[in-house]
Design a protein around this ligand. Structure first.
Ligand SMILES: Cc1cc2nc3c(=O)[nH]c(=O)nc-3n(C[C@H](O)[C@H](O)[C@H](O)COP(=O)(O)O)c2cc1C
Length: 381
């Protein structure tokens, strides 16, 4: 499919599904266990209804807003997603370039398949670096220093993954990074020759940030398996304080849903929080992020920005999140589907779709600017 044929994020999702082997698509698309939280994120958006205003001059709509003190063309930033290269060779750089072209921030994951340095070189734009915390901590601090040396504007610390979630689709599909070649997934991979040829041409993607993570982690397989074993479940608020002290630029805390955790984030000196449950990929049975948002917004009470992610698939979803008090949303799968369907062009298409849907929805709501998206735009029983 040519990306311009996609008219919704769901079209890009379908295009990604038809291009990728099932195991790879489900790794990106799926969630943990029964996927209750994954579905709940979407359902929370679908349940919430807008109460539009009319007879407002909406001939010119301004979607610009401030994110971390700088202008962004949309109240949207790209969330960190690891392993994108398994969906499209060079996919991380493609998404980063699409974000730069659109004028919004991009977050590079620790487990990206492109390095901190490569993305800074090939996709100059507003770059944030997302850190996972590994046992031993030294390696994490070295990553942070690399991000600082490359001029990354903010550090995002993800805290909803002390251990990995139980993703049963991956188990059933024999999906692991690095790939395990079983009869079943070899058939699956061979059924998508376009994808398979791309992989053969460029070679198995590598988690480039993590080369040298442990002495044995030199091959793609060594890196991926040592990462999985080395998340640090003992990381706590004291650990976060040490990161705050080590990083003088903006610090974003991602993966909170409880107002008490938001309060501690403010006390500790975080510059923003992301209400997130990792797109339903870790704890299943956890609250939908949109349901968690109002209490966090109330508790923070304007002291630092609150952002939200999980389930944003339409422009009007951005309006709903902002009307509930978020200053911006992050998108994970939306740009990921685009990149898996058609690389950089697909990621650009995803952002174009969200932008044009947002503009239209703002016009239909009588909200010509981001500041005009206020709580009274929501229908409450
Ligand atoms: C395939 C995939 C990989 C992800 N990798 C990371 C990651 O490396 N670091 C992180 O903080 N979050 C990661 N996330 C979570 C996203 O940053 C984000 O919270 C989530 O995707 C938002 O939900 P959405 O996909 O419905 O937009 C990942 C999500 C997906 C779907």
């Amino acid at each position: 499919m040519h990306p311009s044929e996609a008219i919704s994020i769901e079209d890009l999702r379908r295009a990604a599904r038809s291009r990728l082997p099932r195991a790879v698509f489900e790794f990106f698309d799926g969630g943990a266990e029964d996927e209750i939280t994954l579905r709940a994120n979407r359902q929370a958006f679908e349940r919430l209804r807008v109460l539009p205003r009319v007879l407002v001059d909406v001939s010119a709509v301004d979607t610009r807003t401030q994110i971390l003190g700088r202008e962004s063309s949309l109240p949207i930033a790209v969330a960190p997603t690891g392993a994108v290269g398994f969906g499209w060779p060079g996919g991380d750089v493609g998404i980063a370039r699409a974000a730069a072209a659109c004028g919004i921030p991009y977050t590079l994951s620790t487990t990206a398949t492109a390095s901190i340095e490569r993305v800074a070189r090939e996709a100059p734009g507003r770059l944030w670096f997302q850190a996972y915390i590994f046992k031993g901590r030294d390696f994490t601090f070295r990553l942070i220093e690399r991000a600082r040396a490359c001029g990354y504007e903010a550090l995002m610390v993800t805290v909803d993954l002390p251990v990995g979630g139980k993703r049963e689709r991956d188990n059933r599909n024999h999906f692991a990074i690095p790939f395990r070649f079983t009869a079943r997934n070899l058939r699956d991979f061979a059924s998508k020759p376009g994808w398979a040829l791309g992989m053969l041409r460029t070679g198995m993607p590598v988690m480039e940030n993590l080369v040298g993570f442990t002495p044995e982690a030199v091959s793609a397989s060594g890196i991926a398996s040592s990462v999985g074993r080395n998340y640090d479940p003992s990381f706590d608020w004291d650990g976060l304080k040490a990161m705050r002290d080590a990083w003088p630029e903006k610090l974003i805390l991602k993966g909170i849903v409880h107002p008490a955790d938001a309060e501690r984030a403010v006390t500790l000196g975080c510059d923003a929080v992301v209400v997130s449950n990792h797109g339903g990929r870790q704890l299943d049975g956890g609250i939908a992020t949109l349901d968690a948002l109002p209490a966090v917004v109330r508790g923070i009470n304007g002291r630092i920005p609150v952002w939200v992610d999980g389930g944003v698939r339409r422009g009007v979803d951005v309006i709903k999140a902002l009307a509930l008090g978020a200053q911006a949303v992050l998108v994970g799968r939306a740009t990921l589907y685009g990149a898996c369907a058609a690389g950089e062009a697909g990621a650009r298409r995803a952002l174009d779709i969200l932008r044009s849907e947002l503009v239209r929805a703002m016009q239909l709501c009588g909200a010509p600017s981001v500041a005009a998206i206020r709580p009274d735009l929501l229908f409450r029983k």
